[in-house]
Design a protein around this ligand. Structure first.
Ligand code: UN1
Length: 504
């Protein structure tokens, strides 16, 4: 067993369920977790059943009743210590992210840094859960809004950000006075176990076990039970549009709330006047970083006709120099895909691309070594090829040429998803057109930076099939609280609003 795993408390067989008194032995089957980098087993996890889930939700609900009594800035003090604990274990946890999901070490460490940043941000938020006050139309009346804790929040996360996306939700939910149940992806349970252990130790130290809770189980049992559970007022889910549509329907059926962060189909426009060095770096990181497995990964590139041919050559050359290999090796830029299914999806997508008339400019092959490695791929494509509408979670980018910026913006918007978008241009007018209400229709719109790698200070999420949710910074905390409008009368009259009279 590698040293850092034992420092993180990862054992040969790990419990997939934890609540107020820590990890307990769940009743489900045991799964092996393999590293996508070399296919070897890292450890096993014993899964939670719906009975285990019941135990966890009961505790999460019980603890909510007292956690919400603690003043928000005091809750923030605990979250500050969680940030410190994550800082102290950043190296080990980042390494585990890399080992378990295959992103390169710099990105594994960056992911933990994103969680640290979230903790810091949430500490500040804990003193800024502001409500508005408004002037009443009635004399001697006062109106204001206040925000109360919501309850137990369900947090469903995907494999590709097995640490940070939980933190986006958990740090904010904690300062808002909510307790929570985390259901991580079965493709990345060890990072969830280690993350929970580190963060929960801080809560336990302060007598607050049961604020953070963990259930690792099958979607069909634990997942379905969680989303249908009326005791969970908010389900925050990250993953595919197909999954999100199902979650949305089930939760809406019981009039619960969802916060959805689903698929992207993110485009970069490179205008004729762009700084092409920046554009090149932005596109290659956006398309090949995390082996194309971010919801913000660059999938489509629109090149102005004046630069298209030369820039395509530069892209092909840059792709040729990418080092593909062991994600723990500091020289590697492109690690493996998550599993064999993902490689199968990549290969099937390439067959479809060829059938639909796409021209593979470079890449297009799996890499002949153990693990799930594939070559980053550039495709010269037409926008009406049906596959362009689909998010293939792999490093495949479609290149298009355009002559008019409005036409490029219209095509960049002409997909079902609406997460991230970018333009590279040195023209003020072009940038402003892209950012105007008639410009990009995405939740994220960038100028002279790529589509991925957002900071946590802004609200993160997207429109259309991306699900509409907003997580992380700005005023995203409002999703984790309930709003109450209050009117107080300090007079001895009872005037009615809208001038209504009703004398009894
Ligand atoms: C995701 O892929 O689900 O903006 C999240 C980014 C990261 C988060 C991606 N900060 O690329």
């Amino acid at each position: 067993m590698r040293d850092f795993l034992s420092r993180l408390g990862i054992e040969a067989v790990n419990s997939g369920a934890a609540t107020s008194s820590g990890f307990f032995t769940p009743g489900g089957s045991t799964i092996g977790v393999t590293s996508p980098g070399d296919g070897t087993e890292i450890a096993k996890v014993q899964l939670a059943t719906t009975d285990d889930y019941e135990k966890v939700i009961t505790e999460a609900q019980r603890v909510f009743a007292s956690w919400r009594e603690l003043p928000a800035p005091k809750r923030g003090e605990i979250v500050r210590e969680v940030g410190e604990a994550l800082r102290a274990q950043k190296e080990d946890l980042g390494r585990l992210v890399t080992l378990e999901v295959g992103k390169i070490l710099s990105e594994g460490l960056g992911e933990v840094q994103e969680s640290v940043d979230m903790a810091d941000l949430a500490v500040g938020m804990s003193r800024q859960l502001f409500g508005l006050s408004m002037h009443s139309e009635r004399p001697a009346h006062r109106m204001f809004e206040q925000w109360h804790p919501l309850g137990v929040v369900g947090i469903i996360t995907a494999f590709n950000f097995p640490n940070a996306v939980w933190a986006w939700n958990a740090m904010v939910a904690a300062v808002c006075g909510d307790t929570m149940i985390w259901k991580p992806s079965l493709k990345a349970p060890l990072t969830a176990i280690a993350t929970h252990r580190i963060c929960d130790a801080v809560f336990q130290k302060h007598g607050w076990g049961g604020v953070l809770n963990l259930v690792i189980g099958e979607d069909a049992t634990v997942g379905e039970t969680l989303i249908a559970d009326r005791r969970i007022p908010l389900v925050s889910a990250t993953g595919s549009t197909r999954m999100g549509r199902h979650v949305a329907q089930v939760v809406a059926g019981r009039l619960g709330r969802t916060l959805l962060e689903l698929g992207g189909n993110n485009a970069v426009i490179v205008h004729g006047d762009a700084n092409l060095d920046l554009a090149l770096r932005g596109i290659v990181f956006g398309a090949c970083g995390t082996a194309g497995q971010r919801c913000t990964s660059t999938r489509r590139v629109f090149l102005h006709e004046s630069i298209a041919s030369d820039f395509t050559d530069r892209l092909v050359k840059a792709y040729g120099s990418l080092s593909i290999g062991d994600p723990l090796d500091p020289g590697t830029l492109v690690g493996p895909l998550i599993d064999a299914d993902a490689v199968g999806m990549y290969e099937r997508a390439l067959v479809t691309i060829r059938e639909q008339g796409g021209e593979i400019l470079c890449g297009g092959q799996r890499v002949d070594r153990p693990g799930n490695y594939v070559q980053p791929t550039l495709v010269r494509a037409r926008h009406d090829m049906p596959i362009v509408q689909h998010e293939t979670f792999a490093p495949i980018v479609y290149l298009f040429t355009y002559s008019d910026l409005d036409e490029a913006i219209a095509l960049q918007n002409d997909v079902d998803q609406g997460l991230s978008s970018a333009i590279f241009t040195d023209s003020f007018g072009g940038a402003e057109r892209f950012l105007s209400h008639a410009g990009s229709d995405c939740g994220i719109a960038n100028v002279n930076i790529g589509t991925s790698g957002a900071e946590i200070g802004g609200a993160f999420g997207g429109e259309k099939d991306t699900g509409g949710g907003r997580e992380a910074g700005s005023d995203s905390w409002k999703a984790y609280m309930r709003r109450q409008t209050c009117t107080l009368n300090r007079s001895s009259e009872l005037p009615l609003a809208q001038g209504v009279t009703f004398d009894v």
